[in-house]
Structures are given as C-alpha cells and as structure tokens.
Design a protein. Sequence first.
Length: 363
Amino acid sequence: MDPADRASDAPAPDDRTPAPSSRAPRADAFRPHRVAVLALDGLLPFELGIPHRIFGRPRDRHGRRLYEVVTCSVRPPGPVETDADFAIHVGHGPEALATADTVIVPASYELGPVYERGELTDELAAALALVRPGTRLASICTGVYVLAAAGLLDGRPATTHWADAGRFQRLFPRIGVDPDVLFVDDGDILTSAGVAAGIDLCLHMVRRDHGTAVANEVARRTVVPPHRDGGQAQYIRRPVPDPQQASTTGARAWALGHLHEPIQLRDMAARESMSVRTFTRRFREEVGVSPGQWLTQQRVERARHLLESTDLSVDRVARDAGFGSAQSMRQHLQAALGVTPTAYRRTFRAGGGAPVPSASAGR
C-alpha cells in the first residue's frame, strides 16, 4: 500500500455551502472539491474504484486533500449489486448528489429501460433531479447512457466503449458520438470510453483542475501513464500482425527526444526504414492517430509542462516545445485547451486551480 493511502482526514461537515461547480479549492477559503460517484445496480467494481483512487490522491502544499469522494446510490444507504459475485454497501443515498461539485456515473449492466429504450427509471430520474445546475458531470464507459437518457447530451459530443458506440448512436441520434477517442471533454460534461479510459478521464480532470504536475504525481503513485497516446482505434480487434513487421515505437521515442527540432514525417519513417505510406498506416494502427496529430499532442504537453514548471519566456517555451514561434504555440494551445499560454501559466504556475477547458477529446 502506498504510504499516502494511510493518511487520515477529519470528516467534512454535511451542511457546508456548495462551491461553484468545477472550481478547485482556493487556499484562502479551503474546501475540498466534492466528487459523488453514483453506484447503480450491476456496476463494475473496477470502474467504481477509479474515481476513489485518482481523486483520493491529490493534496495541496499543506497536505490537505484537494478532493472529497463519496459513493451514493439512488436508494437509501444499503447494498448495491455488482456484476461480480459480491455486493457492496453504499453509505450515502441520492441526497449526496445535491452537495456534489462533480458527479461521476460508472457503467452498470442492470438498467434495462436506459439501455433498451433510452429512458430513465423513476428512481434514477428522481436522483438526478437533485444534481445542482452547473455541476460537472462525467461518465465512465456505458455510464454515458444515463446522461444521454436524461437529455443532457443532446446536440453535444460524447464517447463510449468502441464496441457499443454504434448502438448508442442509434438510440441517441442527436448526440455526436466519437468512437475513436479515449474521452471527450465538453466543458461541464465529460464522457470516457471503456473501463480503463475512466482512469484517463479522471487524470484529465485532475490535470484540468490543478495542472500537469499534480496529475503526473497522481499517475506516478498509481503506477499508470499520465497520458496515453492515441484513441480507442488501437484497441479494436484486428488480424494478428506478422511478428516480423517493424513497429513505430523507436520513431516515437526518437521524436520525443527531438521535439524542439523540426520533425518531418519522412524523418520518422526513415528511423524505421519504412516508406512514408507504410509508416503512416502502421502508426495509425499502433497509436490510433496520425503522426502529425501525435506530434502536436506531444508538443502541447511539453509546452504545458514548461509553462507550469519554469520561468522561461513564452518565446523560449515555444521553441523548446517545437512550435517554432509563440504565435504558432498560441494557436495550438488555444485549439487544444481554449486558453492562451499566458493565461495557462497564470492559472497553474502559482498552483492555482481554475479549470482549463479542453477541446482535446482524448486525441
């Protein structure tokens, strides 16, 4: 067990005044951001544990937990069935949703009306009605059906497990389903692909709230990558490749060590002794995005790290991240994060915590 897991915290009072949703705690009026995880019958225990593990880690410089995570049910406290051979005891009823700053809905396999007709059960509808307007909402895997059945995703982008994306789209034609990404961040509503993509999503929310350094520390202690390349395409079943086929792994490792330099597609292909066409096809198969998209993603992550952790000028950060100019970096950060480099640094350089919207959608 990680030593940090053994730390104890005094229970938070139940009569606190909820802070504006999606806002991280401030040092001058500290209150941990409250995450409510909605446990529904038929849930996957693994998915239920993801928010507790990820949001239970981050602490401020005083050692105080930045998040408080509670599990609740649509019924009074009591047992909730899982898809395994055991049930769990949930200590909070639906009233916990009314005090949450973020509500997360993991997948469940015993919600017939929701999955078959896109309709909420009466008790689920009553529970969701308790969620305060403006609360940040998120789903893991097919938990997105609950948000969709509540009408919260109409006209918005979303994702779910690649194997369920077609059925989900047919049931909810007004939602823009992207089956290729690990998660979609649409501001106040976030959705993730299957199971482990819930880890990617929760780490992304921590990164959005408190910056890359905090999220990376959570990932390190959880022994998972802080950011996974590509999308779901790399996990879809394909014919087993010839073991003699070359991989693009070496080219990716080389590129990460040379992000500050101009990198051409032909340079990466040459590292693996492939034609550009073969390399591009193989890269998409392994990573799920094009080499160009991947390079931009890595440069944005490098720029975020430098803006947070150094006092380098914006021009220098742009050069070190491989964007060439501050204007180019500004355009890419604006597209990926919705903010300028200066605004991003102002938010996170001093350990702030205002959320930074992201248009990344897991790419």
